[in-house]
Design a protein around this ligand. Sequence first.
Ligand code: CUA
Length: 491
Amino acid sequence: MTSKLPKYLAIFSLVWVFIVSCSPQHQQSTFANAGPVAQQQSNLYYLMFWIAALIFVLVQGALIFALLNFRRREKPIPGSDFTVPDIPPKQVHGNTRLEIIWTIIPALILVVIAVPTVQTIYDTYQPPENSDPLEVVAMGHQWWWEFRYPDEGIVTANELFIPTDRPVRITLQSQDVIHSFWVPQAAGKKDTVPGNTNVMWLQIDEPGNYSGQCAEFCGVAHARMRFRVIAEEETDFNTWMEAMKTPPKMDTSEGYGLFLAHCSMCHSIDSYNENSYEKELTMQDERWDDWYFNQEESVRVSAPNLTHLGIRSMLAAGQRDMTKENLITWIKDPSEFKQGTRMQSVASVYKGGPAKLEDYEIEAIADYLLAQIPDGWGLAKADGAIEEEAEAMVWNTAEEHGEYLFVNQGCAGCHSLNEEEVIVGPSMYGLYARSGDKVPGLSAEEYIYQSIVYPNEYIVEGYPANVMPQIFINLSEEELQALVSYLKTIE
Ligand code: CUA
């Protein structure tokens, strides 16, 4: 008898696992409905469950009744030790009335299930008419989520902000393979299919964080393709939206330069700028094509938009909390948290291994990224210190100021000052002398100035477009003039 104990224990633990996974307390439980779509789907589920449970009880009851009542019985012959075998019951074949009954009943059950099922499919496909849904595009990437707000011109990643009590229409797309968008508490899963567009909607009633994940096996980091839905009261949501369009404090720290030199080819950080939405869409496609058509040599691949990263709560598509320590570990060696990232296999700063950067440089990048918060966001953090530092910078000449900017804005990460050396972009050597006759009607100064502000309009032959960040338009006029003055001196 004792030998059966482990078996019972095993069965019990298995049953326990299944029961626990149904607990509505779990943050990814489909039983903890957070809004009308989930509620309707849940109702359908319960309807089917109870119908199935009733059928189960009736069928099993009839079976047990028949087994017990009509089992073979041997009758004793009175006054002897012998028994007589039971006489077989009357053999019946065919009973029209019974057969009609047991055809009609299941058909009726199917109708009872089909009507609300079809109704639910239609209801959960598009938001109710006359509701004013928020439009969101959820784009699956290996292995992270891009969220676009086309009406607001906002692009972000892995954290989807939505208002409560308002339908959100989600257009589902994928750039690479099939993924599946799933927020268990808010709505059923739906696939994102490359070359095809799916639509769903959801709505969340209570403010809070709702966890989501990719629910379709999509490659090595599929299990690490999580995201978070952050539902906020309408006013808080609007604050977030406005904040996303507000630039951060101009940051000329060393981290900024390092970020521009090593990260900015793939990660945009400037979605607060006007027209940055269209630009980001184009660039994301170009980065993808770059990688897709030349996987051996490409140093670019589609990547999460990092605008205002400092206000996000998680990093690496939901793998860790956003803390400085985690961010440093992540930049240093992404495979610590997540194996198989394209960042690590594609970016020149990694090329498959840990970042080829000094620890202090990684820390500088982390500091810079964490400082990417909309100006005026939340508590006014130690503003005084930063302003004092900025005031302390006094330039004797525009050239000196320009030289500082050239290094601290990251220009030096891509443009050498030597005649021979090419880092990423063209060398700045002798720039002034050759700039005068580049574009008819533009003086050398104007040409240099325009090339900084609108890099894509003035692509030097032999260099690809869209590599230089289009963010220097945010520099002040004085800073731009300083840069031009400095660049004139490189001969
Ligand atoms: Cu994306 Cu699984």
